[in-house]
Design a protein. Structure first.
Length: 447
C-alpha cells in the first residue's frame, strides 16, 4: 500500500468453518448447513473479516461469497460447494450486516468460478454417468431376469409344456425324439412363441424405470453424486440464476476463473440478462479473479495469456484480470499437498527462499504479460473498438486512458512466422512486422 496506495483488494473465502458445514471430515468437503441461523452466523463471520482487515488499514473493494462454489471434494485443500440459492440467501444476510457496520465501499461479486466446466470435469462427468448407468443397468437387469425366469419356471410346472420352454423336441424329418436342455431362448421349433414380445416389453419397462430412478435419486439425494452430476450449474447459468433472483441487485457483478471454457461466457451472460431484463438490464461488471496457465515454454504461455485472458477477457467485458498468485517461491509454494492442491501454479514473480537481494527475484511470463497492459493502462481507462481484418488473424484490444492516450495491444499467437500489421488510427497509419508474441503501441494523443 505504501508503494501503490491505489491498489484494490478482492476477498474470496475458500470455505466456511467446519462447525458451519455439513461435513466435519475436513475443510475440503461439504456445504453450508441448512437453517437461517447458519446463514446469519456465517454472514457475521464474513463481515467481521472485513472489519478486521479495515482495522489493519486494508480496505476490501470486492467480496465474493465463495471461491469456486461448484468445486467439491478437494481433499486437504479448503473448498466448499455453494448452490445459487444459498449464495442469494447469504448475500442478503451479508448486505444487511454491511449496511449496519462501519465497513463501507465493499461490493459483492457473484459466482467466482470457471467460464465453463473444465475438460477434466466434463470427461469425469460423462465417465461417471456411464459407469453409474452401466452398474444400475446390470444390477436391475439381473434382478428382472431372475424374477422373469422364476415366473417362467412356475408357469412351466402349471401349464402345457408346448407353450413354454421345451424339454423335449421332435425332429419331424427323421422321426427321432431328442432331449434338449432347458435354457434361455430354447423353444419348440415351430412354436409361435410370444417370448420376443415379452423381451421387448421387459426392456421398455426396465429402461423407463432405470431412467426415472436415476433422475429421482439425483434430485432427492444430490449429495450422493459428484457436484457436476447433481445439477450444479457451471458457467453463465450460475450467475444468471443469482442475478435474476430477488437478491440480484445486491451484486455489483460477476467474478470468473479461466480454467474451463472461454471468455465468451461473459458475453453469453450479458445476452441472457438482456433477454430477461430487456432495456431495464442493470449494469453488471465482469472481473477475472483467478487464472494460472503453465503450458511449458515462455512463448506459449505469453501467447495463451494474451489470447485467452487479457485480450480475450477485456474484449468480452472484463474490467480487471488477476493471476493465481502475486509471488511464490522456487517450489511454487507455499501450497498444500494432495487432493486438489496445486503444486505447479506459478506466481507473477518468484522469490527464492532465504533471499535478501532484489536481483534474485525472477520475473515470470505472467509479469511481462501483465506489463503489456497495466504498465500503460491506468485506472479509469476505457476500452475502445478495434477492427481486425479477417485475413490478418491476430488478437487485439485498445484502450483510451484518462490522459487522452491511446494504447493498442496486439498478439500474434496463431502464426509461426511474422505477420505484417497495417495499423491505422485516426487517419494516420504505419506498418509493423510482428513475430509470434505480443506488442503494445501508444499514441500520446487521440487528436
Amino acid at each position: 500500500l505504501e508503494v501503490s496506495p491505489e491498489v484494490h483488494f478482492i476477498a474470496s473465502p475458500w470455505t466456511a468453518p467446519l462447525w458451519l458445514k455439513t461435513s466435519s471430515i475436513g475443510l475440503g468437503e461439504g456445504t453450508l448447513r441448512g437453517g437461517s441461523a447458519v446463514m446469519s452466523t456465517y454472514a457475521e463471520y464474513l463481515v467481521r473479516y472485513l472489519q478486521d482487515y479495515k482495522s489493519k488499514g486494508i480496505a476490501v473493494s470486492f467480496l465474493t461469497l465463495q471461491n469456486e462454489p461448484g468445486h467439491g471434494g478437494c481433499g486437504p485443500m479448503p473448498c466448499m460447494t455453494l448452490w445459487p440459492d444459498q449464495e442469494t440467501d447469504l448475500a442478503t444476510q451479508v448486505a444487511r450486516r454491511l449496511n449496519s457496520s462501519n465497513v463501507s465501499g465493499v461490493r459483492l461479486l457473484a459466482y467466482d468460478h470457471n467460464w465453463a466446466p473444465t475438460v477434466l470435469e466434463a470427461v469425469v462427468q460423462r465417465s461417471i454417468w456411464v459407469l453409474v448407468a452401466l452398474l444400475a443397468a446390470c444390477t436391475s437387469w439381473l434382478v428382472l431376469m431372475c424374477i422373469f425366469r422364476l415366473c417362467c419356471r412356475v408357469h412351466e410346472e402349471t401349464e402345457d409344456p408346448p407353450l413354454l420352454l421345451a424339454h423335449l423336441s421332435l425332429n419331424r424329418e427323421d422321426g427321432m425324439l431328442s432331449r434338449t436342455d432347458s435354457g434361455w431362448g430354447m423353444r419348440r421349433s415351430n412354436s409361435n412363441s410370444t417370448r420376443p414380445v415379452c423381451y421387448i416389453l421387459l426392456m421398455s419397462v426396465w429402461c423407463c424405470c432405470l431412467g426415472a430412478g436415476l433422475c429421482f435419486f439425483a434430485g432427492v439425494f444430490p449429495s450422493a453424486f459428484p457436484v457436476q452430476l447433481s445439477g450444479m450449474p457451471i458457467g453463465p447459468a450460475y450467475p444468471g440464476e443469482v442475478l435474476t433472483s430477488a437478491a440480484g441487485p445486491l451484486f455489483a457483478g460477476v467474478a470468473w476463473h479461466c480454467y474451463g471454457g472461454s471468455a465468451s461466457a461473459m458475453g453469453e451472460l450479458d445476452k441472457r440478462l438482456h433477454q430477461y431484463f430487456g432495456d431495464d438490464m442493470p449494469s453488471v461488471e465482469h472481473h477475472i479473479t483467478e487464472c494460472t496457465h503453465v503450458g511449458g515454454t515462455f512463448s506459449y504461455d505469453l501467447q495463451w495469456n494474451q489470447r485467452e485472458l487479457f485480450i480475450g477477457g477485456v474484449n468480452h467485458g472484463a474490467r480487471s484480470v488477476m493471476h493465481w498468485s502475486l509471488a511464490l517461491d522456487q517450489h511454487f509454494g507455499p501450497h498444500c499437498d494432495g487432493g486438489s492442491c496445486c503444486t505447479t501454479c506459478r506466481g507473477v514473480v518468484t522469490v527464492p527462499r532465504n533471499t535478501h537481494v532484489a536481483d534474485d527475484v525472477v520475473y515470470n511470463v505472467e509479469f511481462w504479460g501483465l506489463a503489456h497492459h497495466s504498465a500503460l493502462v491506468d485506472r479509469g481507462s476505457r476500452r475502445i473498438f478495434v477492427k481486425v481484418a479477417v485475413a490478418t488473424d491476430v488478437d487485439a484490444t485498445a484502450y483510451r486512458t484518462p490522459y487522452g492516450e491511446v494504447v493498442l495491444v496486439v498478439a500474434n499467437s496463431k502464426h509461426k512466422g511474422d505477420v505484417t500489421l497495417d495499423i491505422r488510427c485516426n487517419g494516420y497509419g504505419f506498418r509493423f512486422p510482428l513475430p509470434p508474441g505480443v506488442v503494445t503501441f501508444v499514441w500520446s494523443s487521440w487528436d
